[in-house]
Structure formats: structure tokens, C-alpha cells
Write a protein that binds this ligand. Structure first.
Ligand code: FEO
Length: 168
């Protein structure tokens, strides 16, 4: 594989693990505010990010390339409100989308057709990731963060489960 593409995928593994930490920190924040359903929701999101990281990891190894695992900065842990955490998450997903687009740009530039096909899954996944957060932000803003409305949204968030996507 092209070296720049391998380097960028290794960097992406780091960002996906960073995302998993960011959402685990948000899960703990949600728990501290007694939003147990949102805590569950963020923990599932954390699992999704580990899945993303491992998908890139497996891909590099399948292509005979070296995986380089690196550390990363601490995630943000202090939020004034659930809305602030969700908006921070949506903004972060925007960054991840720009990263996936960059990977696709490089794969296209070097005509790595296998990588282009592999990355298409992430292009679609990012649409869903951003939509999930936009949806939650909309709901939380609709009802506010105290009272019966948020109680029901929290109960709904408690139902989320992690289902590993079928192999592609
Ligand atoms: Fe791995 Fe939330 O994108």
C-alpha cells in the first residue's frame, strides 16, 4: 500500500480509540448527572468506536501492513450540561468525518481501489454517526434537561445496545 495511506490509517486508529475514550468520559459525566440511560448510550458509542478502530487495525494487517499503536491526549471530561456534551460530540464527529474524507482522498489519489471500497463503509457510517447526535440534541433541546420529558428520553437511551455490524 501507499505509505501515506498507511500512515493516515494508523493515525485514524488513534483517533477512533480517542473517540472511545471521549465517549467513555461522557458516559461517566452522564452518570454523575443521574442520566443512567445516556450513560448506557455513551458506553455503546464507546463500543462502536473500538469497533471502528479494530476495523482499521484488521484492514492494515490483512493488507500486509504494519499497525502502529500510539497514545493520545486526555479527552474532555467536564461539561456544563448534557446538551453541551452532545454538541461537543457532534462537533467531534464532524472532525472524524473530515478525517474519513481525507483517507478517501488519499486512496483515490493513489488509485487504491480496494481501500476505496473499504472506506466507503466509513463514509456511510459517519452519516449515521452525525445523525444520531443531531437527533439526540434535537430531542434534549425540545424537552430541556429537567422534568418528565428528559426522564423518558433517558429511558429510551437506556435501551441502546451494541450490535457489531455484519462483516463487509
Ligand atoms: Fe468512529 Fe464516531 O466515528
Amino acid at each position: 500500500m501507499d505509505k501515506k495511506l498507511v500512515d493516515e490509517i494508523n493515525l485514524q486508529i488513534k483517533y477512533e480509540f480517542f473517540s472511545s475514550h471521549l465517549y467513555l468520559a461522557m458516559a461517566a459525566f452522564a452518570n454523575s448527572r443521574n442520566f443512567d440511560g445516556f450513560e448506557n448510550w455513551f458506553k455503546v458509542q464507546r463500543d462502536e468506536e473500538v469497533f471502528h478502530a479494530m476495523k482499521f487495525y484488521t484492514y492494515l494487517l490483512d493488507r500486509g501492513e504494519e499497525v502502529i499503536i500510539t497514545g493520545f491526549d486526555n479527552p474532555k471530561t467536564d461539561y456544563k450540561s448534557l446538551t453541551e456534551a452532545l454538541e461537543y460530540a457532534l462537533n467531534h464527529e464532524g472532525f472524524v468525518t473530515s478525517r474519513i474524507n481525507l483517507l478517501m482522498d488519499v486512496a483515490t489519489e493513489v488509485k487504491d481501489y480496494a481501500a476505496i471500497q473499504f472506506l466507503q463503509w466509513f463514509i456511510n457510517e459517519q452519516v449515521e454517526e452525525e445523525d444520531n447526535f443531531r437527533n439526540l440534541i434535537g430531542k434534549v433541546k425540545m424537552v430541556g434537561e429537567t422534568g418528565e420529558g428528559i426522564f423518558h428520553i433517558d429511558l429510551e437511551a437506556a435501551k441502546r445496545i451494541f450490535t457489531p455490524p455484519a462483516a463487509v
